[in-house]
Design a protein around this ligand. Sequence first.
Ligand SMILES: Nc1nc2c(ncn2[C@@H]2O[C@H](COP(=O)(O)OP(=O)(O)OP(=O)(O)O)[C@@H](O)[C@H]2O)c(=O)[nH]1
Ligand SMILES: [Mg+2]
Length: 143
Amino acid sequence: MKKIMVVGRIGCGKTTLCQRLFGEELRYKKTQSIELVGGTAIDTPGEYVENRAFYRALVVSGVEADLILLLQDCTDSECRFAPGIQAMFQKPMVGVITKIDQSGSPAEVERAEIFLKLAGVNPIVHISSVTGEGIEELRGYLM
Ligand SMILES: Nc1nc2c(ncn2[C@@H]2O[C@H](COP(=O)(O)OP(=O)(O)OP(=O)(O)O)[C@@H](O)[C@H]2O)c(=O)[nH]1
Ligand SMILES: [Mg+2]
């Protein structure tokens, strides 16, 4: 499995996705610092992408990763990624729209898709870490 780094806003579902990918029990735990999960995933705190002062730390940690997952919660009406953030990492990236089980309308998912496209990320997968929808498709990119 590729070494991944997971990036996205506070509460967008990074840690829950890592737990799902590594078959761990889904349980809430705030991420306080950059952490290695399951040996192949770098989980990051949402604060690092919400505050540009931390961008350098993200880039430095991302050097270790083969692939960066950029997560956008479909229920979140705000996007906090700098436009073209993809160019900053210089790494292959996959956009991940999270919490699709919570989506109130297709428009919410489309909004998340626009945010990820503005970030410069492609391809994009839609997932729910709770129901498992889209997880196998995402795994395909991690092989
Ligand atoms: N319904 C639903 N809830 C989810 C999903 N993924 C995560 N959550 C919930 O969203 C909340 C935040 O999830 P986390 O995975 O801790 O978020 P995070 O991105 O790691 O947040 P930080 O560590 O603070 O940056 C938790 O209560 C999760 O249970 C999902 O796919 N569907
Ligand atoms: Mg977390």
